[in-house]
Structures are given as structure tokens and as C-alpha cells.
Design a protein. Structure first.
Lengths: 248, 267
């Protein structure tokens, strides 16, 4: 394993660097262009950004809130079907598990592109894209948590006459609720980050403004927006860390 | 005997959270002008798109265009991960508070946090004028973002090590450097390597979308085909990407399991 693995990894790395065109000469030549960015990037136009981007930033946050809530609560029942511990039928287990694996392979922005084509440009496409995104992550994390629950309470509930769904509801669900809450907050953070870029493909939010300014290389307008996003992301993250400590 | 009641603040918290969830989604939905009907009609619209994609465009020309692009995404992801791993490894030691000076560790952690806060796409289009349209930009964007995430994860691994081996090296006269090479690195290497692979899986998805801003990879292909309403070919792009991601995920997951759990020993 090691004899084959390490040389292969090394070879593949070198090959990849050649494939992506890591060329010192080109790099030096392009380095002259840096002024295009650096001249404007560090000269932020704050007034413009606050006037034009704050509503879009709010839209971004709303997309993330709605999508992470919907995605996580859709994932909650699905995860029970996608776990061996709570699903007795092999057929439905395989169907749900592969469904979750399948939606996990498609990147968030691909979902956004597909939904903008299907339901039209705008924040609704972004919400749907992030619903799929959070559904995929929550489904994987939660079904793996359910796999490792303590089966004792489940058995006890059944021994006292509970049907399978009743047993799952009363003895498996309470076991995973703390994890569910923690994952939810984590996914909410991921959604906030992901929703920033949705606008690049027309799926709503602050990315739309970034995209239009990017085309004209107006980095002086983009950099304050990026800083605003950073502040919002960090504030939300701190809030989520605080909430997690409070709940768990 | 009565069942002990949950403490009051716990119960209050439960109601507060329920309220927050409902109020948050209603506020967001009204702000975005999203109505329940839009959710109900969405599946049929998505179905129209899916049926438009089939049968897939499997002509030689389409395959010749798409497969190299998907390969490019793979190379971007791998090279980016290598950059991330190479730089994050020493940085992680600087950031771990049990191994570096306290002030050092705090500063490094803040730097990593800032790096992590920029999505790959934003890094990509800031780098774009400097490094040019093409996969190099994507690689650097993925690499820089990976330094942030891998640095954080690796430093947490280093902080969680068992101090026993370090102590025994110290007590038998080993230097600080001996501690590092014989005490810390052998302990953290399996977990950190598996994080590298895990990051590679994430980077693969990130590099797939980088094409949207022209930073190489399959994303440009998808967005162009969708814009030209060439749905069969867009479907091919999607399917080839999904197959590649599934294969890479399976291989990477197998290697990670092997690294963490070791070889199966039959008794």
C-alpha cells in the first residue's frame, strides 16, 4: 500500500500541476497585471457599497435562513429511512441512502444553475439550491448519527408494545435531537457562506451585485461588499457558537 | 416518585427556539416573496427540465469536449489540495496552542479564520486579472481556501494529542525537535492525512463550479450549455461530473477508512 500509494500520490501531484499550467514565466508576465486589482481593491467605496448592497445582503441572509430550515427539516425524516438502525426494509434503505448520496455529488452552484433554468432567475432558485445543499449534508451527517445510536431504548419501546414508528419516535428521535441542533447550526453557517455566491449565476442575493461589478473590474466597489459579507458571516458564526454552547 | 422536571430556562429555551425557527422562515419567505404555490409548482418545472435533458447528448464531439473539462476540475482539486496541505501543515503547528507560543497561536488562528471566510469563487475572481483565465487561477483559489480550512482542522488535531509520548521523549533526554518528530507527527499524521483527502472531496465540488467565473473546470461548460438551452448536452455535463465525483468519493473514502482503521486483520 505505502510502496504504491506514496509514489502514485507524488506522481499524480506533479502531473496535476502540469495540467493546471503552473508556469513560472506566465506567472511573472501576469504579475504585471496585479495593478489592475491592487490599485482598486484597497480603495474601497464604502458609501456606494452600503447604499447598493445592504438590501442584497439581507436577501442573502434570508435565502440562507429559509433554505437551511427547510432543508434540515426535510432531511430529518429522510435520515431515519437512510439508516440501518431505524429502517428495517433493505429496499427503502438503499433507495433513500443512494438518493442522499446522489444529491451530495452535485455542487451547490450547479443546483443553482439548474433551478434558475427551471423556475426562473431570482432568490427562489437560490432557496431551492440551498435546500438541496443542506438536505444533502444533513442527510449524511444525521443518518450516520442514527446508525450509531443506542439500540436499547428502541428495543425496550418495542418490548412494551410500541409499533416500529412509535418506537423510533419515542426512543430514537430524542437521542439524536442534540446532534440535529448542532448540525443545523453548522449547516446554517455553511448556507450563509454558500448563499453569497448564488448571485453569480442569477439565483439572488449579494452575489448578483458582485458579479455586475466584477465584469467591469470595479474592485473598489467589490472590496467593501466583501468586507460587509465577512462581518455578517463572522457575526452569525459567533451567534451560532454562542447558541450551540447554550443549547448543548 | 415523580419525573424530574426540566429546568425552567431549558423549557423556555425550547419555546424560544421554536419561535425563532418559525418567525425566521416566515420573515425570510415574505422578504423573498416566496409563496407556498411556488414550492408546489416547482417540482413540475424541474421535471420539465429533467425530461428536456434526456436522451443525453452522447455524440463524440460532446464527449471530447466535456471529459477533458471534467478532468481539469479533478486536477484543479488535487493540485489545490496539495497546495493547501503543503502550507497548512507547518502553519497548523504554529496555530496549535499546546505547541507554539500563546500569542503566536492566537494570531495564526485569526489569520486562518480570515482566509477561511473568503469563498473560493471570490478568491478566484480577485486572482483572475493576475493569474489569467484558466485552471491556474482555480487552483490557487482552491489552494488558498484549503490552507485556511486545513490549517484550522490540523491545529485542532495537534491540540488534541496524547501528551504521554511527549513526556517520555522528554524524560529520556529528547529535544523539542525530537518531540515533534517522534511524539507529535506520528500521532497526528493519520487524522491529518484523512482530512487532506476529505478536503480533496470538497475541493472537487468547489473546482467544478469555478468555471462560472472562468477559472477553469467543468462549470463553464455547464453554464454555457444551459444559457444556449442545449439541455441534452448540459445533461451530459451533469452526468459525467456526477459519475466522476462518485468514483473519486468512493476511492477517497476507502483510503480514509484504511488510514484511520488500519488493515483488517483476520484472526
Amino acid at each position: 500500500m505505502t510502496v504504491v500509494g506514496y509514489p502514485f500520490a507524488l506522481f499524480f501531484s506533479i502531473f496535476s500541476f502540469f495540467q493546471v499550467g503552473f508556469n513560472i514565466d506566465d506567472f511573472k508576465r501576469n504579475w504585471e497585471n496585479r495593478k489592475l486589482v491592487t490599485d482598486t481593491l484597497f480603495d474601497p467605496k464604502w458609501d456606494w457599497a452600503i447604499e447598493n448592497a445592504s438590501l442584497a445582503l439581507l436577501e442573502t441572509i434570508q435565502i440562507a435562513i429559509l433554505a437551511s430550515i427547510l432543508g434540515c427539516f426535510i432531511a430529518l425524516p429522510l435520515s431515519f429511512y437512510a439508516s440501518r438502525a431505524t429502517n428495517q426494509s433493505t429496499l427503502t434503505y438503499v433507495v433513500y441512502k443512494s438518493f442522499l448520496n446522489f444529491i451530495r455529488t452535485i455542487p451547490d452552484l450547479f443546483w443553482a444553475m439548474l433551478f434558475t433554468v427551471a423556475v426562473g432567475l431570482g432568490p427562489f432558485a437560490g432557496v431551492l439550491a440551498l435546500v438541496m445543499f443542506s438536505l444533502a449534508i444533513m442527510g449524511k451527517l444525521l443518518s450516520e448519527t442514527i446508525d450509531s445510536i443506542d439500540l436499547g431504548p428502541l428495543e425496550a419501546a418495542k418490548a412494551s408494545g410500541a409499533k416500529h414508528t412509535q418506537a423510533v419516535f419515542t426512543s430514537a428521535l430524542p437521542q439524536i435531537l442534540p446532534n440535529f441542533t448542532a448540525y443545523f447550526l453548522y449547516i446554517f453557517e455553511l448556507c450563509i457562506r454558500a448563499s453569497v455566491i448564488l448571485g453569480l449565476v442569477g439565483a439572488g442575493g449579494v452575489g448578483r451585485i458582485i458579479e455586475t461589478q466584477r465584469i467591469f473590474l470595479r474592485f473598489d466597489r467589490i472590496s467593501p461588499i466583501i468586507v460587509l459579507i465577512l462581518v455578517a458571516v463572522i457575526a452569525i458564526e459567533q451567534f451560532s457558537v454562542w447558541l450551540r454552547r447554550k443549547i448543548l | 416518585m415523580s419525573i424530574p422536571k426540566q429546568p425552567l430556562n431549558q423549557r423556555v429555551l425550547k419555546y424560544v427556539i421554536t419561535f425563532l425557527i418559525i418567525a425566521g422562515s416566515l420573515w425570510s419567505a415574505s422578504g423573498l416573496e416566496i409563496t407556498p404555490e411556488r414550492f408546489l409548482t416547482a417540482p413540475s418545472k424541474v421535471w420539465i427540465l429533467i425530461t428536456a435533458m434526456f436522451p443525453l447528448d452522447l455524440s463524440q464531439e460532446a464527449i471530447d469536449r466535456i471529459v477533458p473539462k471534467v478532468g481539469e476540475s479533478l486536477f484543479i482539486a488535487w493540485a489545490g489540495t496539495v497546495i493547501g496541505a503543503f502550507f497548512s501543515f507547518p502553519i497548523a503547528f504554529l496555530a496549535a496552542n499546546n505547541f507554539s507560543l500563546n500569542a503566536f497561536s492566537r494570531v495564526t488562528k485569526q489569520i486562518l479564520n480570515v482566509i477561511r471566510a473568503f469563498p473560493e469563487l471570490i478568491l478566484a475572481f480577485v486572482l483572475l486579472p493576475i493569474t489569467g483565465l484558466g485552471p491556474l487561477t482555480g487552483t490557487l483559489a482552491v489552494g488558498i481556501h484549503s490552507i485556511g480550512t486545513l490549517g484550522k482542522l490540523s491545529s485542532e488535531v495537534i491540540e488534541g494529542i496524547d501528551e504521554g509520548p511527549l513526556e517520555s521523549i522528554k524524560s529520556s533526554g529528547g529535544s523539542k525537535l525530537n518531540e515533534l518528530f517522534f511524539g507529535v507527527i506520528p500521532q497526528v499524521m493519520p487524522t491529518i492525512t484523512s482530512y487532506w483527502l476529505y478536503r480533496f472531496e470538497i475541493n472537487l465540488r468547489a473546482s467544478a463550479v469555478l468555471g462560472v467565473v472562468g477559472a477553469g473546470g467543468v462549470g463553464a461548460e455547464l453554464i454555457n450549455q444551459l444559457r444556449f438551452r442545449d439541455f441534452p448536452r448540459a445533461g451530459t455535463v451533469l452526468v459525467v461530473t456526477i459519475v466522476m465525483v462518485l468514483i473519486v468519493d468512493a476511492i477517497s473514502a476507502a483510503i480514509r477508512r484504511r488510514i484511520i482503521k488500519g488493515r483488517d486483520i483476520r484472526v
